[in-house]
Each structure stands twice: as structure tokens, then as C-alpha cells.
Design a protein around this ligand. Structure first.
Ligand code: XMP
Length: 517
């Protein structure tokens, strides 16, 4: 792999993604790894990420100079660039001139080496206080900026390179080119991380892990669980049974996509638990958001366990106990849990297929190495329905947390109709890609006066909450075209009985969260 050593900035994962976009496999490792640990992973190349510190700050992570003698090509970025310069005897100094944001970098003696094919003056994204004043011995200066006399350097003989800017962010206009120059011209790697190879490799691994045992998985209707299940199905076929708990809180058409289209595409054994009544009665009279979430989470686990027991009983009777459970864990979760930093519990999220405490399964996690966009590509490669593969994020508790107030059957039906209209219009406008997700929320305890036909109405408002985001940690409200908003509003108020107003949520996150509960 290409190892990205994480110096504590949020950029390490992004760098790994960009490397994979160039069809090269990459992994993130913490900067606490020793040179020995790094080399034990047999890296084809190493990238040192940016980080928040100054190389001279107390406790600032250092780079072991031995790393540069191992014969492995290294690319330092921002902090990684400075740490590399300092480790190899270059001069890093505080100029007093911070460069932050868009900065012009000028090539020295033409665009050479890792800058090949980029303009002599390129727009780069910077974020640094210190800068490299003198390159270490044996290095050539490739570029400079107003605040950084040495903004890029190379030692071709030793295959060591670095840039002061962040080539991984899209604001650096030629960033991907620079990164690919390092990968393909500097480190001379091959493009081998393709979707076809990913599927093949994962199928191999899964077969090895599961052998001839039986395995169970939960389907939520979302992308991750569907792709994980399809991979396992591809690997071990009928040894897999999938459980789909239909809690009645899904959107229009979603249960059918799992029960009909997914099964048709994969041939998976599906066990459907129709639990709409269970969830409705457990939610009766409940309005508090956290209580709703806890009830849905709890009932989900119970329903899943019941289904599991039924399947286990059948498997045990056949003398084939189930030993494995599939989980759709993604690479960012793996990296983040390795980081070990706890995030504040803003909302108690629940994930489908969560491991019941008293059940002893070994986990199969076929998406553990993949980013979301790779998961979608694998899903397409496996022939999954476009509606499932392209699905925007949808919370585990479903429409239960998009009805503000008590959840009832009628309200669910009403919200499902409004949501289906909003989604259809967004798709028709070709904006699915641009919008991260668009919760449609029913304010069930609010009513307002309206007029329709000749009569007064006293109905509920529907809230549209379209947001743009990279990772759902922060978000901004999407500036949807007015005529699209008008169409959605007209159709919902005309076609959905009981709704006489459509309003738009224009709050970013923070301070608002994406969902209303
Ligand atoms: P918030 O509302 O916290 O949502 O800004 C962030 C993202 O997470 C989704 N979400 C959930 N996903 N289980 C999930 O799997 C949950 O309980 C849950 N709650 C919120 C939300 O849709 C958004 O994408």
C-alpha cells in the first residue's frame, strides 16, 4: 500500500482517498507508528500528511530520519513537508507571515519533477505559519511563494519529494496532478486498485474467513448493508441469510426495493420480518426525540434477534450453526476508532445490524477498507439496483425522527407521500449529486390557516431541509432553484391531504443538525 502517515490534521483521510482515486491502494496510519512498524507494512510509497503543529512546538510529532534511508519514496505535505525538511537538515523558520487559503505558487526553473504538466504559476491551498527557508542538502527547490521561499522540493535520486500546499484539496487547482506525478513518475506505481480488483480481492478474503459456515446479515435499505450483503453473497452464496426488519418507517418504495429488486439482483436468501405494528405501538404517545430514538433502537434489536433466533433454530436443526455476522463498517469508521477520540453524543445514532450483546458471532466486515464512493462503485459492479446504490444517507430511525410529534400510521403515510414528491422533483431537476440529502419533515403538532378552493384549511406544514455536505459533520443549506422549490411546494400542497404549507429550512450545521430530531 501507499501509507499516509497522519500528523493529526483532518486531511489524512482525504489524501488516502485521492490516492485511491488514482487507482492506487492506500491506508492511513497514525504518526505514533515507529519507522519499523511503518516498514513492516511493506509500503510502496509513504505520504506524510499535514498537521496542526509547528515543527518547533513542544511535543510536535517528529519524523525519524531513518525513514528516508529505507529506499521507499516519500512525499511530504504541509507539516509533513516541514518535518521532512527539518529531519534532513534543512531550515524551517517562522516568517511571521502566515499564508492561509488560496496562494500563488511559482515554479523555479520551470515546472519539473512532481510539478510536471502544471502551470508555472498555480493556485494552491495553503495553511501554514512556519516555512522552509533552505532545502536540505541534495534537494532542488521546485517552487516558491511570497511567504515560503521553498514551497516544493525534490531529491530525485532518493525519491524524496514535498510541497508546502495541500494538493489533496480541490482548491489546489492542480493538486491531483502533483499527487499523481509523485505516485507514477516518482514512486513508479501501477494503477491496480480498480473496482474489479476490489471485488475479486474481497470475495477471496470473505471465502477464506467464512469457509463452509453459515452467515447472517441485516439489511437496512441503505447502501452499505446492501453492498456488504451482495459481496458476501457473491463469495459464499446460499450460506448467507439476510434479515430485513420492516419497521414501517421507511420511505415510499424502499421496502419493495429490498424485498424485490435487491433479491432479484443478487439471489440472496431473504428473511422479512414485518414489524410495522410493533414499532407503531411502541411509539404510541411518544414525542420526545431521544425517547423515540431509544425505542426504535431497542425494538429494532429485539426484532432482529427474534428473526435471528428463528433462523438459528432452523440452521442448528440442520446441523449448520451460524457463526458469522456481516457488518457494513466503512474505512472512515475504522480510521476514526483507531484515533480513539470520543465525540460528544449529540444524538444516539443507531445502526442496523448492531451486535446484540448476548450473541456470539464473529464479524465479517467486507467494506472495512473502503470509502463510501468505492462502496457505491462496488455496488454498481455487483449489479445492484441504481436506486439502492445511489441512495442518499437516511437515518436508521427513519421517518420516525422526521415526524415532529407523535408517530402514527396516518402521519407516516402523509409524510411518505410528501417525501416521494420532493425526491422525485429533486431527481427530475438533476440535482441528486449536488444535494447531500434532503430530509422532508412533518411538523405534526403545528397547524396553520390556509385557503384552498373556496374553503379555509387548518393544516400542517412540511419542512424541506436540503443540505450540502462532505461528511455530515458540517453542512450548509442548499441553494435550490426557486422554480424547483415552487414545483415541490405546489405539488405537495395540492396532492397531499392535510398539508397546506411548505417551508424551507435555511440553517447551516452547526448550529442546526441535519435531521430535526
Ligand atoms: P445529524 O442530524 O446529526 O445527522 O446532523 C448527521 C447524519 O447522520 C444521519 N443520521 C443517522 N444515521 N442512524 C444513522 O444511521 C441514526 O440514528 C441517524 N441519525 C441521523 C443523518 O441523516 C445525517 O446524514
Amino acid at each position: 500500500p501507499v501509507l499516509v502517515v497522519d500528523y493529526g490534521a483532518q486531511y489524512a483521510q482525504l489524501i488516502a482517498r485521492r490516492v485511491r482515486e488514482a487507482d492506487v491502494y492506500s491506508e492511513v496510519v497514525p504518526h505514533t507508528y515507529t519507522t519499523q512498524e511503518i516498514l513492516a507494512k511493506n509500503p510502496a510509497a509513504i505520504i506524510l500528511s499535514g498537521g496542526p503543529s509547528s515543527v518547533y512546538a513542544e511535543g510536535a510529532p517528529k519524523v525519524d530520519p531513518e525513514l528516508f534511508d529505507a529506499g521507499v519514496p516519500v512525499f511530504g505535505i504541509c507539516y509533513g513537508f516541514q518535518a521532512m525538511a527539518a529531519a534532513l537538515g534543512g531550515k524551517v523558520a517562522r516568517t511571521g507571515m502566515r499564508e492561509y487559503g488560496s496562494t500563488d505558487a511559482s515554479a523555479v526553473n520551470g515546472s519539473r519533477s512532481i510539478l510536471e504538466g502544471t502551470p508555472e504559476h498555480q493556485n494552491t491551498w495553503m495553511s501554514h505559519g512556519d516555512s522552509v527557508h533552505e532545502a536540505p542538502e541534495g534537494f532542488e527547490v521546485l517552487a516558491s511563494t511570497a511567504g515560503a521561499p521553498v514551497a516544493a522540493f525534490a531529491n530525485e535520486e532518493k525519491k524524496l519529494y514535498g510541497v508546502q500546499w495541500h494538493p489533496e484539496v480541490k482548491h489546489s487547482a492542480h493538486g491531483q496532478q502533483v499527487l499523481e506525478n509523485f505516485l507514477f513518475k516518482g514512486a513508479r506505481l501501477d494503477r491496480s486498485w480498480t473496482t474489479g480488483n476490489i471485488v475479486e480481492e474481497q470475495v477471496e478474503r470473505i471465502r477464506e474467513q467464512i469457509g463452509s459456515s453459515r452467515v447472517i446479515c441485516g439489511l437496512s435499505g441503505g447502501v452499505d448493508s446492501a453492498v456488504a450483503a451482495a459481496l458476501v453473497q457473491r463469495a459464499v452464496g446460499d450460506q448467507l441469510t439476510c434479515v430485513f426488519v420492516d419497521h414501517g418507517l421507511l420511505r415510499e418504495g424502499e421496502a419493495e426495493q429490498v424485498e424485490r429488486d435487491f433479491v432479484a439482483a443478487t439471489g440472496v436468501n431473504l428473511y422479512v420480518a414485518n414489524e410495522q405494528e410493533r414499532f407503531l405501538s411502541a411509539l404510541a404517545g411518544v414525542t420526545d426525540p431521544e425517547t423515540k430514538r431509544k425505542i426504535i433502537g431497542r425494538e429494532f434489536i429485539r426484532a432482529f434477534e427474534e428473526a435471528e433466533r428463528a433462523i438459528m433454530a432452523e440452521a442448528n436443526a440442520a446441523g449448520e450453526p451460524i457463526r458469522f455476522l456481516v457488518q457494513g463498517t466503512l474505512y472512515p469508521d475504522v480510521v476514526e476508532s483507531g484515533g480513539g477520540e470520543g465525540a460528544a453524543n449529540i444524538k444516539s445514532h443507531h445502526n442496523v445490524g448492531g451486535l446484540p450483546e448476548d450473541m456470539q458471532f464473529e464479524l465479517v466486515e467486507p467494506l472495512r477498507l473502503l470509502f463510501k464512493d468505492e462502496v457505491r462503485a462496488v455496488g454498481r459492479e455487483l449489479g445492484l439496483p441504481a436506486e439502492i446504490v445511489g441512495r442518499q444517507p437516511f437515518p436508521g430511525p427513519g421517518l420516525g425522527i422526521r415526524i415532529i410529534g407523535e408517530v402514527t400510521k396516518d402521519r407516516l403515510d402523509l409524510l411518505r407521500r410528501a417525501d416521494a414528491i420532493a425526491r422525485a422533483e429533486l431527481t427530475a431537476a438533476g440535482l441528486d449529486e449536488e444535494v447531500w440529502q434532503m430530509p422532508v419533515v412533518l411538523l405534526a403538532d403545528v397547524r396553520s390557516v390556509g385557503v384552498q378552493g373556496d374553503g379555509r384549511t387548518y393544516g400542517h406544514p412540511i419542512v424541506l431541509r436540503p443540505v450540502s455536505s462532505e461528511d455530515a459533520m458540517t453542512a450548509d443549506w442548499s441553494r435550490l432553484p426557486y422554480d424547483l422549490l415552487a414545483r415541490i411546494s405546489n405539488r405537495i400542497t395540492n396532492e397531499v391531504d392535510g398539508v397546506n404549507r411548505v417551508v424551507l429550512d435555511v440553517t447551516s450545521k452547526p448550529p442546526g443538525t441535519i435531521e430535526w430530531e
